[in-house]
Design a protein around this ligand. Structure first.
Ligand SMILES: [Ca+2]
Ligand SMILES: [Ca+2]
Ligand SMILES: [Ca+2]
Ligand SMILES: [Ca+2]
Length: 276
């Protein structure tokens, strides 16, 4: 057993009865208590399907050992099938001092979810339209990338434009949601009932329906309800149709309540003659 430092060793052996030979050599014992350093440990990797994953093992430098041994477990080319796997790389010097670094390989086959996709929007003139992009959550990626096309603030000039928002995770799994921006500059069309004449104060009429180039359900409101009790004389009823963009159109009709309700009094001359 040699102690740390240089030791001179001298051997003597007898060649013949009177001859001796000797050999002198030095033994250096170096105390190495310092672990190697690992360089260029691979970064965390995310893939979108089970597969063999390859990497370049890190390199190592040491205070004494010119070529420390480096190995990773599992080794480069291992088949990663699911979830998050930690790869540990170890550098070991001749004195068995070891150092490790780790990285992860993640198999992520699940697309992100999109939350709060904007609702369909209708505007009444060509304009820049702004919205808040949806947010995304993912099984693995803490911050999936979200982008919409066209982007918020785009100038919408005419018609119906679909906006597609896409969330992408680190493994390139993607999910989309869409909404529409409609530029509607055309008012709805509406047709009112014909003018009404009645001897009854309550008349029955239908609230008119309206149609529109883009709005499937046009709101219609009238200045009188259909069960309104009209006063004697003429009353003008107006109805307004409004589409989702706020374009409006009006129509009207007149309800006339006659001031001389028909009675049998006017027909008294048609009574049978008096009999004497
Ligand atoms: Ca060392
Ligand atoms: Ca994912
Ligand atoms: Ca319209
Ligand atoms: Ca509507």
């Amino acid at each position: 057993m040699f102690s740390v430092g240089d030791t001179t060793v001298e051997y003597y052996w007898q060649v013949t009865n009177s001859n001796f030979a000797n050999c002198i050599f030095a033994v250096s014992v170096i105390l190495d208590q310092q672990s190697p350093s690992l360089n260029n440990c691979p970064t965390n990797r995310v893939v979108s399907s089970a597969q063999n994953v390859y990497w370049t093992d890190p390199t190592a430098t040491d205070n004494i050992d010119p070529s420390p041994m480096v190995s990773c477990s599992p080794t480069s080319g291992y088949f990663f099938s699911t979830g998050v796997v930690t790869v540990t790389c170890t550098a070991t010097d001749d004195a068995n001092n070891a150092n490790t670094c780790t990285f992860t390989v993640t198999v992520d086959q699940q697309s992100p979810s999109l939350n709060n996709c904007p609702t369909n929007r209708v505007v009444s003139s060509a304009q820049n339209v702004y919205w808040t992009d949806p947010t995304a959550t993912d099984n693995i990626d803490p911050s999936p990338m979200v982008s919409c096309s066209p982007t918020s603030g785009y100038f919408f000039s005419t018609g119906v434009v679909a906006v597609t928002c896409t969330a992408t995770d680190d493994a390139n799994n993607a999910n989309t949601c869409t909404f529409t921006v409609t530029v509607d500059q055309t008012p709805p069309t509406i047709s009112c009932p014909a003018d009404i004449m009645s001897s009854e104060s309550v008349v029955n009429w239908m609230i008119p329906t309206a149609s529109d180039d883009t709005d499937p359900v046009v709101d219609v409101s009238c200045s009188r309800t259909s069960d309104f009790s009209f006063p004697m004389g003429e009353t003008r009823v107006t109805c307004t149709a409004t589409d989702d963009a706020g374009n409006t159109v009006m129509c009207g009709f007149t309800v006339t309540i006659l001031d001389m309700p028909a009675t049998t009094a006017g027909h008294i001359d048609k009574c049978s003659k008096a009999v004497y």
